[in-house]
Design a protein around this ligand. Structure first.
Ligand code: ADE
Length: 232
């Protein structure tokens, strides 16, 4: 799967992509990432990408013609590939695991990083989805784009080593429900008087699974009852 990121700050992505599971996924070619500098599509000697808003007001607004040109150039190279364009904005649909799963089915995901000052409203007509990573405002779409990329990439076959670690994790569907993951422990068995639950030391996998399911449900009820009510 390929991710193309359209941003004014391509270098902001490099440090994270050079570590972690993503580095391995790139090296093994499970995923490809192209960083496109929006400035390259700017106009004039100064490669202008934004202007003052009509009607006045603070800040600069990203131009629709620049984004249109950039997206056309990018899409022209995706011949025959199933691609989707995503705009990162706090006004978008709130991102979750279910949406990540849907997005992991496409060949190419094109992530357009907005800026905090704003973008021309007509840019919305150029994209397939508008995504927010939560009800708070960041200075730009770069961190949200990285969050979406990271979440979707780890659903691509091969990226996460053990297939089963995707099955039981938080928010993945379990019997049609999305619940939180059960608690995990490793050594030491007794840490300052806090002991690992005995059942995990028995080696009885049927019992362990039963305990994990019960604990997962218990903590979901306590921490995220909204998930069980099917509100999200
Ligand atoms: N840009 C600024 N804040 C954002 C958010 N919460 N989600 C997506 N894009 C953003």
């Amino acid at each position: 799967m390929k991710f193309i990121i359209l941003t004014l700050f391509p270098e902001a992505f490099e440090s994270y992509l050079n570590v972690s599971l993503l580095k391995r996924a790139l090296a093994k070619k499970f995923i490809k990432i192209e960083l496109k500098n929006l400035r390259d599509f700017g106009v004039g000697a100064h490669k202008v990408v934004d202007l003052r808003p009509y009607g006045g007001g603070a800040g600069m607004v990203l131009r629709v013609d620049i984004i249109d040109r950039a997206l056309r150039a990018i899409k022209a190279k995706q011949k025959g590939k199933k691609s989707k364009v995503i705009l990162l904005t706090p006004q978008g649909k709130v991102f979750n695991q279910k949406l990540a799963k849907q997005l992991s089915k496409v060949d190419t995901l094109i992530l357009v990083c907005g800026r905090y000052e704003g973008f021309d409203e007509r840019i919305r007509d150029l994209v397939d989805y508008e995504i927010s990573i939560g009800d708070y405002v960041l200075t730009g779409g770069e961190i949200p784009a990285l969050a979406v990329l990271d979440t979707v990439a780890r659903l691509v076959p091969g990226v996460v080593g053990k297939a089963e670690s995707l099955v039981s994790e938080s928010f993945s569907e379990s019997a049609g429900r999305r619940i939180l993951e059960y608690p995990q422990y490793t050594r030491p068995e007794n840490y300052k008087g806090k002991r690992v639950p005995k059942v995990l030391l028995t080696g009885n996998h049927a019992k362990i699974n039963e305990w994990r399911q019960k604990e997962a449900l218990k903590r979901t009820k306590k921490r995220r009852p909204d998930l069980l009510r099917g509100l999200r």
